[in-house]
Design a protein around this ligand. Structure first.
Ligand SMILES: *Cc1c(COP(=O)(O)O)cnc(C)c1O
Length: 218
């Protein structure tokens, strides 16, 4: 039951400063509406076309979060309304978001996706490459990017200690980037990590945004 799951998760979140993003990718508009009617306002999608259709069909006070791999040619379609892009995984994508934001004079909120998993098929920056990029200061020319924090995905495994190590590593990356480059930037405060199977660990390790799909909608 959608309502029951959302209520349960919100109860868990009450004692934390993390917020729930209901990941509605692959689930129909009616399910999003059901979650909306339970008070849920933050939703995550991972495909531009599916997101566009839902954005048009659903109430305008929904905050849409883009969480999947984003192709540069799709950026222009989402910048007018997207609340936060979690999945910025290359400098090229960052520059395209900046360019499209400038065109419509809208500063776009982004998270930098960092690769932490022991799997080949996940996207994201290496921590080293990310620090290297920021140390060039090229990011300071991106006037239409609002850097809000870091996102990552743990390995899909039953090994809870491995997952915890990866989340801890991601938090450390967040702290390093924050203290080195965004110390006085209050926007840089989000750590997006944790999904249906591992969100409890993510919360314990300092997540501020958790992204939950199947547990709510299945
Ligand atoms: C699908 C997806 C989720 C939600 O995963 P569930 O296991 O269904 O909770 C979270 N984050 C990203 C990046 C996803 O693609």
């Amino acid at each position: 039951m959608i309502k029951q799951e959302i209520d349960t998760i919100n109860q868990i979140l009450q004692k934390t400063n993390a917020r729930l993003i209901a990941v509605s990718k692959y689930y129909p508009v009616e399910d999003v509406k059901t979650a909306y009617d339970c008070g849920q306002r933050l939703f995550g999608e991972s495909r531009e076309q599916e997101l566009r259709l839902k954005q048009m069909a659903l109430p305008k006070d929904i905050e849409w979060h883009f969480i999947g791999h984003l192709q540069t040619n799709k950026v222009k379609y989402i910048v007018p309304y997207i609340s936060l892009i979690h999945s910025v995984d290359s400098v090229k994508l960052l520059e395209e978001i900046n360019k499209q934001g400038e065109k419509i004079n809208r500063k776009i909120n982004v998270l930098l996706q960092v690769y932490i998993a022991k799997e080949e098929n996940k996207y994201g920056f290496d921590e080293k490459d990310l620090l290297q990029y920021f140390s060039t200061k090229a990011y300071k020319n991106l006037d239409y990017i609002n850097f809000c924090g870091i996102m990552g995905m743990a390995t899909n495994t039953d090994d809870k200690e491995e997952i915890r190590r990866e989340f801890r590593q991601l938090r450390k990356t967040f702290e390093i980037v924050k203290s080195s480059f965004f110390k006085d930037n209050h926007s840089f405060c989000e750590l997006s990590m944790g999904m249906s199977e591992d969100f409890q660990i993510a919360i314990e390790e300092g997540a501020t945004l958790i992204r939950i799909g199947s547990r709510i909608f299945q």
